[in-house]
Structures are given as C-alpha cells and as structure tokens.
Design a protein around this ligand. Structure first.
Ligand code: ADP
Length: 371
C-alpha cells in the first residue's frame, strides 16, 4: 500500500487543528527543556568541580543525574521532532548530505540492540551515490523509525536487510525488509495514522506509542516522497521509500547575529559565507526580536555584553513565540561563569561560547545545532 503526499486523508485531525497541537507541543516541550537544561548545566558545573572537589561516590551520582537527564532530553526532543516534522516549525533545509554515511550511522546505532535480540542486520549500498541533496534531519528520522520498527518487531533468529540506491532521475530509493511478525491486510492501511498500533497485545509486548510511522509519512509529505508497505503476518514486512532529489530547492541558510564589533562582524560574515550560510547583523538586542520575525533565520548568535540580563530576556521572548521554540540560540559572551551559563540555558539558549573564540569551533557548534 503506497502512501503519497495527497493520501493524508485519515491521518490528520480537522483542518488547521494540527497547527494548534504542534504549537502546544512545541511550547510544552520547550517548558520541559528549559529547566532540564539548567539542571544539566548545574550537574556539569558540579562535575567540573568549580566550587570544590567531589569524592568518587559523589562523582558517580552526579554522573547518573547527567546521563539520565540527557536521556530525558532525547525523549523530549523526540516528541518535538514528531510535532515539527509535519508543521511549519521545521524549516526545511536542503543541502548535500553524505547519504551512505547517514544510513551507516543509523545502522550502527541499532546494531547492538538488534544483535542483543538475536537479529542479524545486513545492508547493500552498492548502487547508492555518496551524496544526496535533501533535508538531512527528516530523512534521518524516516530511516531511524523504519529500522527501529524492523528491529522491534523481529523475533530472535531473524534478519533485517536494508538497501538504498540512487534512481536514474537522481532520487533516492531505499527498503527495509524484516522477517518479523508482519502486518495483516486491514492494518496495513491504518498503520500510518497517529497513535495507531496494529495489535494491542503486541503493543504491550513491543512498547511504542504509534507515532513512528505517522512521522515517516509526515516527513515524506514534506519531502514530496512516498512509502509503500508489503507484509504478511508471521513472514515479515518490506517498507520501500522513495524521496525525490531536492537539488533545485537548495537554499542558503540564514543566521542572525547580534554583534556590535565591526571586526568580529567581518570575520563572521566571511566565515559563514564560505560555509554556505547567509549572515544578517543587528547592532542592538532590541532589534533582534523584530528582525527574527522578518527574516525567520535558522539560528541566532547573540552577543551578551553587560548588562547581560537584556540578552537573557530577548532569548526568553524568542523562545516563548510559536516559531521560536525550536530556533537554536547560541550565546557569545566575554563573561564565562557558571551563573551566566546556567542563566543562558534556563532562558532557552542551546549553546554558549566564550569570547574570544576560535572561528572553526564556532562554525562546528553552529553546524551541530542545525543538524
Ligand atoms: P509504534 O512502533 O510506536 O507502535 P509506529 O507508528 O512506528 O508505532 O507503528 C505503528 C504500528 O505498525 C505498530 O504498532 C505495529 O503494529 C505496526 N508495525 C510497524 N512496523 C512494523 C514492522 N516492521 N513489523 C510489524 N509491524 C509493524
């Protein structure tokens, strides 16, 4: 059964309803992320022993807080991802992606779980070009969801085969086949609906919430692709995905920078230009909010020279807006104290870089936020 962009029929709510839900989820996840970031920042400060040494046991305990906090953050981001895949909150960004690497990364992330469950993972990328122009975050979510379902619904002794190839029109096709529990015919038409799970009994056994395939379909709608499923109960399933190349939709990514120093501005402009970004500058923090609404950049770099509170309140204001919840904000600051850091994360900043900084490091941090 092939699901194309126009087949959205029974998976959504009433017209426009998704927009409201998406905003609520984005705001809620932001509200959860904010205190969590500041808790993690405090745990990091403790581990760095800035305020005095910890004994081994205390280090171990703070380590547990950090690891679990990071895991919780991942879950929250997962919910946000679902919400943002289908709505305007995810600004599509097309660029050349190392596609083989993307598949290999996802596979290596799941190999351990598969092998632990006695399932073998095979792959064939011999007909796949190294690069493919697309929105990396969405394609990665599609691959991750299909592959993790294949692992989840395959009993021990099974095999999962993944192939990907470049089509003659430059598009991407890939398939994920498993020898798992399979899906009956009636359920095949419904599995792409939000919160649908084919068998309640299985659900208890396998976990999940029924959002993975809805996310796959929502992401494909946005990319203009499609997904097809063939399956037989107790024999396994094959999900085949086609994604058109987006090379003609490539856009330069916009970065808004609040920075007064002319020398720093010139350096940043040149570096970002070389990396394929377009940078826009504002002199005063007061202009940031207006400019963000006008430009809709993908990231903000904010210099918070004293009085620092003004910078923090700009970040809070952005994060409270419907479109700003997912917008990464990196603070650039000459002050490097645990208080500035935790205050920044508390307001919703994604990263903090101390001035004077190394431009290569700044670019790497920007890229990691955008991915
Ligand atoms: P979740 O996995 O969280 O339950 P999904 O949206 O990813 O939610 O999948 C919806 C339902 O489709 C699953 O609950 C399961 O019944 C069925 N399904 C998805 N992938 C597979 C698969 N590879 N094998 C068998 N059933 C599957």
């Amino acid at each position: 059964m092939t699901q194309r962009p126009s087949d959205s029929g029974d998976s959504g709510g009433p017209e426009g309803g998704g927009d409201v839900v998406s905003r609520v989820v984005a705001n809620l996840t932001h509200e959860l992320k904010t205190p969590l970031h500041s808790m993690l920042a405090v745990a990091q400060v403790l581990l760095a022993e800035i305020d005095g040494p910890l004994n081994e046991e205390q280090k171990r305990q703070v380590g547990i807080i950090l690891r679990n906090g990071e895991h919780l953050l991942e879950l929250i981001v997962g919910i946000l991802n679902f919400s943002s895949s289908r709505e305007e909150t995810h600004r599509l960004s097309f660029r050349e992606v190392e596609i083989k690497q993307l598949f290999e990364d996802v596979i290596s992330g799941l190999r351990h779980v598969a092998e632990k469950g006695g399932v073998r993972l095979e792959s064939d990328f011999s007909l796949l070009a190294e690069r493919f122009c697309t929105d990396k975050a969405l394609v990665r979510r599609i691959v991750e969801n299909l592959l993790s379902n294949a692992v989840k619904f395959s009993p021990g002794g099974g095999v999962i085969s993944v192939y990907a190839k470049t089509l003659s029109d430059g598009g991407l096709q890939f398939g994920v086949a498993d020898s798992g529990i399979g899906i009956n015919r009636e359920a095949q038409g419904a599995i792409f609906r939000e919160f649908y799970q084919a068998d309640r009994g299985d659900t208890k056994r396998f976990g999940g919430v029924g959002l993975g395939l809805a996310l796959v379909k929502a992401a494909l709608d946005r990319l203009g692709g499609s997904v097809d499923v063939k399956s037989e109960p107790n024999r396994g399933s094959l999900f085949t995905v086609t994604v058109p190349s987006s090379s003609n939709r490539r856009t330069r990514r916009k970065i808004l920078i609040a920075e007064r120093d002319e020398g720093v501005r010139l350096t940043l402009e040149e570096c970002f230009r070389r990396e394929g970004y377009e940078s826009f500058f504002v002199d005063s923090l007061a202009d940031v909010f207006r400019k963000v609404g006008e430009l809709r950049p993908e990231l903000i770099l904010l210099d918070i020279s004293p009085p620092v509170e003004e910078g923090f309140s700009v970040i809070s204001e952005i994060k409270k807006s419907a479109w700003g919840a997912e917008l990464p904000v990196i603070i650039m600051s000459a002050l490097d104290g645990p208080r500035e850091r935790s205050r920044g994360f508390e307001c919703g900043a994604s990263d903090f870089i101390v001035k004077p900084f190394d431009v290569t490091e700044l670019i790497a941090r920007v890229q990691s936020q955008l991915e």
